[in-house]
Write a protein that binds this ligand. Structure first.
Ligand code: SF4
Length: 210
């Protein structure tokens, strides 16, 4: 077997896997397409193409390495889980780390740094602030393209409760669809790199990844 094939096979094990929901809906799952979460939980995710696996794997590896390096030097707590009861289940969040009473969410990007916080990243952190009762957070972007870093301060506010409520409803909607065995509707706009694209839109698999 060629080494390249062995590498692709190895990393695919880390990247592919189905969401095991069992009444626990993650904040990031509730932010994403509920239909994808439903498919993933009920039938497992189809394998991505090898190069897509590699891109996802490298992104994750950089994220984990940065997190671990920062925690070694300054960290208080790592991967802090918080669970809040919802109808028939739990909404679960896992914040990257806490430093000086501030929740830190690290995002690595392959492009230039964003000028503002991404809407979903903001909602994720606002929900964590509400769920933990903490007052301060930061979304930190690291560019893999040029190594630069940008950080955005977020304070707990009314938006935190709104973010939590929005995600709670989405989590309950997902659990409802799982209970009746019917997939939620298509959510256009969340389909980038979704392995179920063919299923939703009946296009060829090569079109499903762009
Ligand atoms: S293709 Fe789009 S609508 Fe269909 S499951 Fe994936 S993200 Fe959701």
């Amino acid at each position: 077997m060629k080494i390249s094939e062995m590498i692709y096979n190895s990393v695919s094990k880390y990247v592919n896997g189905s969401a095991n929901i069992n009444g626990h809906v993650g904040v990031t799952t509730a932010l994403g397409c509920l239909r994808r979460a439903y498919f993933s939980a009920t039938r497992g995710e189809p394998l991505f193409l090898p190069k897509i696996n590699m891109i996802l794997f490298l992104g994750r590896a950089v994220h984990e390495s940065v997190e671990s390096a920062v925690l070694d030097c300054y960290g208080d707590e790592h991967e802090i889980a918080v669970e809040v009861p919802i109808d028939d289940g739990l909404l679960k969040g896992v914040a990257d780390m806490i430093i000086d009473d501030t929740i830190i969410e690290i995002k690595t990007v392959s492009t230039d740094l964003p000028r503002a916080v991404d809407k979903n990243h903001l909602m994720q952190l606002q929900a964590y602030l509400y769920m933990t009762g903490m007052d301060y957070g930061k979304v930190v972007y690291i560019s893999r393209a040029d190594g630069s870093i940008e950080e955005f301060d977020i304070k707990r506010s009314k938006e935190s409760e709104k973010a939590y409520e929005y995600l709670r409803k989405r989590a309950e909607e997902l659990l409802f669809h799982l209970s009746i065995g019917e997939p939620p509707p298509v959510e256009r706009g969340k389909c980038f790199m979704c392995p179920f694209y063919y299923e939703c839109f009946k296009r060829s698999q090569s079109q499903s990844l762009i």
